[in-house]
Design a protein around this ligand. Structure first.
Ligand SMILES: [Fe+2]
Length: 271
């Protein structure tokens, strides 16, 4: 367990997601240099002047499964000067992810007590070898027992895959496949206030069973909302800030880079 700012009423997190980094600094995903766009997002966090307490990374750190790609991430977030907590996405390779430990900034913890009244639970929704997500029985039990153990704490749940359909058929095929049982666990408790994901490379917000569900832009390519087939969006890479407030609400803001320096190859048919 990690305890973060135990004396604070409100705690602010920075979410960075879907960096898709390569070992090679020239590595590109559909024409976007993912290391450059990631670095630009990190600079944007710094230039925003936001006061934040931790960084969270919701998966798809790497595109090429190499130890070196994870080191690139580790090096890349150094300027943020706060601990970073991460979880795997479908593109991640867990043995390489673990290769960076011990790390000065990246932490292994999957349970965080945050401020006076919050907790954050990080889940592993990777279904090895498949783009869709799946929570193992062990992960579901971990979620259930943690919610039961600290019923007085408002809770933010983090996982890579979206547990609600976002309206793009090609992406929704790759959602969290056992989302029904995920919501059944959450419904049995009163303390879950938010669910935050990566994976869909777009901004999405919906309230489901009284829980705020958010997804966020990738630091590289963006997927076009409400598309039946694979489609890229012209909006810029970005990140999200979230303030977990003492009254149980979440104040969140989406941030995008300005300019068009990270436009992808729009002729691409998939990735
Ligand atoms: Fe991704």
């Amino acid at each position: 367990m990690k305890i973060i700012e135990p004396n604070l009423d409100d705690v602010t997190l920075v979410q960075i997601t879907d960096t898709h980094l390569f070992s090679d600094s020239d590595g590109e995903l559909l024409g976007v240099n993912t290391l450059s766009s990631f670095s630009a997002v990190v600079n944007d966090v710094l230039e925003s002047g936001l006061e934040y307490h931790s960084v969270i990374m919701t998966g798809d750190v790497s595109q090429d499964h190499t130890d070196a790609s994870y080191s690139r991430f580790e090096q890349g977030i150094l300027p943020l000067k706060k601990n970073c907590y991460w979880l795997p996405g479908n593109h991640d390779y867990k043995p390489s992810m673990r290769s960076i430990y011990p790390s000065t900034q990246i932490q292994e913890d999957t349970y965080l007590q945050v401020g006076k009244s919050w907790q954050v639970i990080l889940l592993d929704s990777q279904a090895e070898g498949s783009p869709h997500g799946f929570l193992s029985q062990q992960q579901l039990e971990y979620l259930d027992s943690t919610l039961q153990q600290y019923p007085e704490r408002f809770t933010l749940v983090l996982l890579h895959h979206h547990p609600l359909l976002v309206g793009s058929q090609w992406l929704d095929k790759h959602c969290l496949h056992n989302s029904e049982v995920f919501w059944q666990v959450i419904e049995q408790h009163q303390n879950v206030k938010g669910v935050l994901c990566g994976h869909v490379h777009q901004d999405f917000h919906q309230v489901h069973l009284g829980v705020e569900v958010f997804t966020s832009p990738s630091t590289c390519i963006q997927f076009k909302p409400n598309s039946s087939d694979f489609a890229l969006d012209k909006v810029s890479p970005g990140w999200r800030s979230l303030t977990l407030k003492s009254d149980g609400s979440i104040a969140t803001q989406l941030h995008r880079l300005t300019g068009e320096q990270f436009l992808p190859d729009f002729d691409a048919q998939g990735y």
